[in-house]
Design a protein around this ligand. Structure first.
Ligand SMILES: Nc1ncnc2c1ncn2[C@@H]1O[C@H](COP(=O)(O)OP(=O)(O)OP(=O)(O)O)[C@@H](O)[C@H]1O
Length: 475
């Protein structure tokens, strides 16, 4: 891992403050602290790094000395990563993004990348090799231990999954195809505008999240014989949130909570770096303890050329010392970068194409089979419904028949009831008019009693049939 230090220039508010930088060269830096009360001066041992950039180093110089190399390595097919680390207000975002006039590393990397792509594409006719580039970008932040897409309108919280070979997947992270540098920079601006920023005592526009901007490059190089080399690489530009001390930065409640999460993730990053720096690495490196270390795992310990650019403020002794110690540990970490290229001869390409076709056909077939199966299930369900319908139809017909019979019986009973009524009337008047012998009178009385019983039975029968008819008319 490459470690570089950038000493920020003094800001107007710091002009009157003493500097804590005793000396520096382009590879080392020494801090010192003067204690005013007893005039004792503490001088720290000199820290050595791959590169040290002094206060007056311009954005362009930083890019030329550091950034360009990572673009070239990415074009060779390596995954690369540059991350800025340091105390809040030490110049990380300035170094990474810069201003409109003083472009930072990310816009310069993008410009150089597209210049190189255009040059490669222009030169294709000369050597018979043509290169096809596909560039995509993604941008997300880790805010309060949550990964949030900065390029999607929903700003949804993303799930992070650990894959094989130290690779982490950010599920649902949007990836955007870009054809020109302007398109790329538009995405960078869009995402940066959405990044969580808050005001603290030390930095008016303090980044409250870790921001990870990734440029993915897919190159397909075809030679005169039709053989191909495919290279897949990426440039990850990580602007870490600043470490801070709550007391010094005098934060509000929200800022305090953010600060706690920032410090926790940076501490885990520090612990992981420390474990990786040991000669005998322990078995369980604490990646899983924070989202940041999970997401950066490949760049810390895997297939990546990684650089940590540690930024220090010129007037902060404790924080600068802590940053230099952190960076010093990281110096010992070694990653295992390799070129991510696949050679494909024309024959192999044909084979791949046939395999792809076969795979597509298999997928279509599986889809059709699934559709047919769904259709069969539906047809079975329709047949069952039809069967139920037929059964209900038959029952309806039977009920109708019962209903008709009952109606007929009802009419008959009504008619009989009327007949009986008139017969009774006739008997009653005849019994009054005619004086009948005693035996005949007894017979008449018994006949009248029978008639009354029959009438009662008839009434109950009528009531029963009325009930049944009511029931059916309800149906
Ligand atoms: N090299 C520099 N030259 C001039 N101004 C600088 C330089 N570096 C940083 N600054 C200024 O210092 C201030 C703090 O810088 P910046 O916001 O980049 O800090 P930071 O480390 O990203 O802070 P935080 O972690 O709080 O987000 C900004 O106003 C920025 O413009």
């Amino acid at each position: 891992m490459k470690i570089a230090i950038r000493i920020r220039d003094k800001l107007p508010r710091e002009e009157s403050l003493p500097s804590v930088i005793k000396s520096y060269s382009n590879v080392d830096v020494t801090l010192f602290k003067e204690n005013n009360t007893n005039a004792i001066t503490t001088v720290e041992p000199t820290f050595q790094f791959d590169q040290v950039f002094g206060e007056k180093t311009t954005q362009k110089q930083i890019y030329n000395a550091l950034g360009r190399e990572y673009v070239l390595r990415a074009l060779e097919g390596y995954h690369t990563c540059i991350m800025t680390y340091g105390q809040t207000g030490s110049g990380k975002t300035y170094t990474m993004l810069g201003t409109e006039k003083e472009l930072g590393l990310t816009p310069r990397v993008s410009l150089e990348l597209f210049n190189a792509i255009n040059m490669c594409q222009d030169s294709e006719s000369e050597d018979g090799v043509s290169v096809d580039f596909k560039v995509t970008v993604s941008y997300f932040q880790i805010y309060n231990e949550q990964a949030i897409d900065l390029l999607s309108d929903e700003q949804t919280v993303l799930k992070v999954r650990d894959g094989p070979r130290k690779i982490t997947f950010i599920e649902g992270l949007s990836e955007h195809s870009v054809e020109t540098c302007d398109e790329l920079l538009a995405f960078l601006d869009k995402g940066s505008a959405l990044r969580s920023v808050g005001s603290t005592f030390i930095n008016e526009k303090s980044s409250r999240s870790h921001a990870i901007f990734t440029i993915n490059i897919q190159q397909t190089e075809t030679d005169a014989f039709g053989d191909k080399i495919e290279r897949i690489s990426s440039i990850k530009l990580v602007d870490l949130a600043g470490s801070e001390r709550a007391k010094v930065s005098k934060t509000s409640d929200d800022r305090f909570k953010e600060g706690k999460n920032i410090n926790k993730s940076l501490m885990t990053l520090g612990r992981v770096i420390q474990m990786l720096s040991r000669k005998n690495r322990p078995m369980g490196v604490a990646y899983r303890e924070s989202l940041l270390t999970r997401v950066l795992r490949e760049n810390l310990d895997g297939n990546s050329i990684t650089c940590i650019l540690a930024c220090i403020s010129p007037c902060e002794y404790e924080e600068s010392l802590s940053t230099l110690r952190y960076a010093s540990t990281a110096k010992l970490v070694k990653t295992e970068a390799r070129v991510n290229a696949t050679h494909i001869s024309k024959g192999e390409e044909h084979l791949f194409s046939l395999q792809n076709q076969l795979h597509d056909l298999q997928t279509t077939l599986n889809l059709q089979t699934a559709r047919l199966e769904n259709q069969r299930v539906l047809e079975e369900q329709i047949e069952k419904i039809n069967e139920t319908n037929r059964y209900l139809q038959r029952r309806l017909e039977q009920e109708n028949k019962v209903c008709t019979n009952l109606r007929n019986r009802w009419s008959k009973i009504c008619w009989e009831s009327r007949q009986l009524g008139s017969a009774l009337l006739q008997i009653a008047s005849a019994s009054e008019a005619v004086s009948t012998p005693l035996g005949f009178q007894w017979e008449l009385v018994s006949l009248q009693q029978d008639c009354a019983k029959f009438k009662t039975a008839l009434q109950s029968d009528k009531q029963h049939i009325r009930n049944i008819l009511d029931k059916y008319s309800l149906l």
